[in-house]
Design a protein. Sequence first.
Length: 306
Amino acid sequence: MRHDRQGQVTALIALLRRPGAHWHEITSDVLTGGDAISVLERTLGDRDTLFPDDAAVTTALNSALTEVQAWEADGIGVHTLFDTTYPARLRDIREMPPLVFTRGTLAEDRRAVAVVGTRKPTDRGIDTAEKIASALAESGCTVVSGLALGIDTAAHTAALRAGGRTVAVIGTGVNRYYPAPNRPLQQRIVRDGLVISQFWPEASPTRQSFPMRNAVMSGYSAATVVVEAAEKSGARIQARLALQHGRPVVLADSLLVHEWARDYASRPGVVVVGTASELIAAVERIVQQIPDSDDALEGLPRLANT
């Protein structure tokens, strides 16, 4: 049985494709041993019995390989925890997905800043998001957001308009367009930037997928800027996750009408600003402190018997 990169990737996907599979547990098992094939053999083959089911393992591997080849033929990038193309910062977070799918152009994105907010923004919020995204793009930073209506759309659009790079971290599969009105924007981001998802390419949105998306967006980014956010919102979730991930958070002072924002404002790593220019200045200070390089291999599991 092949223990090279392809063998490990197909074994990992075979594990994740099992009905009822718990991705976090599988990731932990594979990281502990550094070998997805051994975990698959133990799970499906039951090596402790007198007659191990090698046929089940082979069938699962062949099915997974067929899927990977179909995805790659369709232009979808498949990046697992075994790959150097897997986003390096995601290795630092507890919610690290075992694989991500991409459409578009991969880049180091070391200077990546998330700009997030409500789906129902005020005119001031839209204006602020556009100014921040434009300033980031013009300074060579990657603008990250979640492709939702409102603040996310304003941030992505402004970054593209400024000739910069933007990354959309989405809560569906990369072959889905959600929300439907943002289909042209998603297609342009694929052409000029990157769309990334931790969900199977055809996955539809679910109630759980968007908080999971926020965790990956926070992990992918060096910092998070929250422009406007309701008491219960994905942007608030992202601010909490960013702090848990040790990422700086910048809050507009208009958010202080909410109890959650007042609580976060007193925490280390949070900056509160009053104007768009102050917000941009705060983000620039954070970006200047980002290390010159990330080690893409840091935390990379060693492949067994390569």
